[in-house]
Design a protein around this ligand. Structure first.
Ligand code: NAP
Length: 470
């Protein structure tokens, strides 16, 4: 197949017009197809004997309709890991041809998918002249991988797309590294193999058409690519990379941090969850099925991440302080009687009243369920202190966090105290949360330290433009 694709008579003509809509269906040897002459040598309008110009001369009154957009594309996926394979499944189901390449040999996985071929050598892949090159590698390796693609073997008008979870960074390396004739779209499908496993309907797809040539073919190719996501029902959001990063970088990093901290706590889901915390466990599943590399990328490429980690810590300390102050207030009331403040204004009195009714009603409550409830409320309290705001491009995970904050109503603190008093190991749960938060933070900073050390001492001088190269 490789040789038939590479031996296309057009392959050595870099200045050809974009021939996509005329290309054969996936994986049918080109030699068995009679390609229309203009697919290789000229645009339809420049061919006096082409069927296009004939139809024009036969009917001068009717303008020649623009060619319909291409229906199938030849898409190269560079970085065929978790997310690349997930996208490939959907692309191939829609009839597109996938040319995959990755650091690891994924030939057998490619063989199990329709219309998909794995290229160990990126030169062979580029010589197959994909219509679209989709960069799907980790954020940290993106620049190195982009530099390793032999772009001189591609068609001059190839469309480059990325799906990195941060956007200004790929936009800038594309503009810096790709020749001006290449088209560029920066995208972020805001879902993953877990959150999108039952389909993409209604899920946000953010994109910026960074540079699209104005010829009809280029515009059509861009639309054909975006149509893949439209057809699956994605909510298409045209947004600049800058705006994406301003809105999403923080919310994504926060969502992944909460998911990872909760995972560290090893909470057990309750089979008869009546409190609606199944979404919390989905959040853990969604974020932890993504690689640490991805989480680390969100940390590295969000300039507010270190500050955000500090704010999470500070918010947690404040929640604990509120909790201790309240417990002490209740105890003091018991020891010394009322403080003279009216019952309704005295939070300790209100909490104590709540606690009494709570204790009467909740004697049979499952210990694990109350533990999960208590942790969920603690996270909700922390997030409320951080001042979480809804965004137009929220992932499912971030929506779970917003829901937690929404659930924190004025009575929640009374319930929170009640749970704290009711659960025997609530102090241990708080300690566990402390340890988990510290562990995640240590992992992030440990990694940062490690990379910088390697760059400074193993390969001095490799840091350029302030970017970290992997
Ligand atoms: P990832 O850990 O971010 O990236 C894994 C991919 O990067 C694999 O293809 C891997 O190649 C490649 N890679 C990692 N280090 C490399 C290196 N040093 N040199 C060459 N290749 C390297 O996990 P992912 O979930 O597959 O994400 C891929 C991209 O999609 C990321 O940019 C991510 O931000 C974006 N994204 C992911 C999701 C999601 O939910 N997972 C959603 C939207 C966007 P090998 O497998 O061959 O080693």
């Amino acid at each position: 197949m490789l040789s038939t694709l590479a031996s296309h008579p057009c392959t050595n003509r870099p200045s050809l017009p974009f021939p996509l809509r005329l290309s054969p269906p996936p994986f049918v040897p080109l030699s068995r197809h009679r390609l229309p002459l203009h697919s290789c040598h000229a645009s339809p309008s420049s061919l006096p004997n082409s069927s296009a110009s004939l139809s024009l001369s036969q009917s001068n009154s009717k303008p020649h309709p623009p060619p319909s957009p291409p229906t199938t594309l030849k898409i190269a996926i560079i970085g065929f890991g978790n997310f690349g394979q997930f996208l490939a499944k959907y692309f191939s189901q829609q009839g597109h041809t996938i040319l995959a390449h990755s650091r690891t040999d994924y030939s057998s996985i490619a063989n199990s998918l329709d219309n998909t071929i794995f290229f160990k050598d990126p030169h062979d892949l580029c010589e197959s002249h994909p219509d679209v090159v989709l960069l799907c590698t980790s954020i940290l390796s993106a620049e190195k991988v982009l530099r390793s693609i032999p772009i001189q073997r591609l068609r001059r008008s190839t469309l480059f797309v990325d799906v990195l979870s941060v956007k200004e960074f790929p936009r800038s390396i594309f503009l810096e590294r790709l020749p001006p004739d290449f088209d560029i779209i920066c995208t972020h499908p805001m879902f993953g193999p877990e959150s999108g496993k039952y389909g993409w309907n209604g899920l946000p797809f953010v994109y910026e058409k960074v540079r699209i040539g104005d010829s009809h073919e280029r515009v059509s190719r861009c639309e054909a690519f975006l149509n893949i996501f439209k057809k699956e029902g994605c909510r298409m959001i045209n947004m600049s990379c800058k705006e994406h990063d301003e809105i999403a970088a923080e919310s994504q990093f926060l969502t992944h941090t909460v998911g990872r901290v909760l995972a560290e706590m090893r909470l057990k889901p309750n089979p008869d969850d009546s409190m609606g915390y199944d979404t919390l466990f989905q959040l853990i599943e969604n974020t932890c099925s993504d690689s640490f590399e991805l989480y680390y990328g969100l940390f590295m490429y969000n300039k507010n991440s270190t500050d955000l980690l500090d704010r999470i810590y500070a918010a947690y300390e404040e929640v604990k302080k509120d909790l201790r102050r309240m417990v002490q207030g209740i105890l003091r009331r018991r020891l010394f009687g009322t403080t003279g403040v009216g019952e309704l204004e005295d939070p300790a009195a209100r909490c104590e009243a709540f606690l009494e009714s709570f204790n009467k009603e909740m004697v049979d409550l499952d210990e694990n369920a109350t533990g999960v409830h208590f942790v969920a409320l603690t996270i909700g309290m922390i997030l409320a202190k951080l001042g979480l705001k809804p965004t137009s491009i929220a992932t499912k995970g971030y929506e779970t966090l917003l829901k937690l904050v929404e659930d924190i109503s004025s009575e929640s603190f009374d319930l929170y105290i009640a749970l704290f008093m009711h659960i025997k190991n609530s102090n241990e749960l708080l300690d566990q949360l402390d340890i988990s938060l510290a562990k995640v933070r240590t992992e992030l900073y440990g990694r940062l330290h490690d990379i910088l050390r390697r760059q400074l001492f193993d390969q001095p001088g490799i840091i350029s433009n302030g970017r970290t190269r992997m």
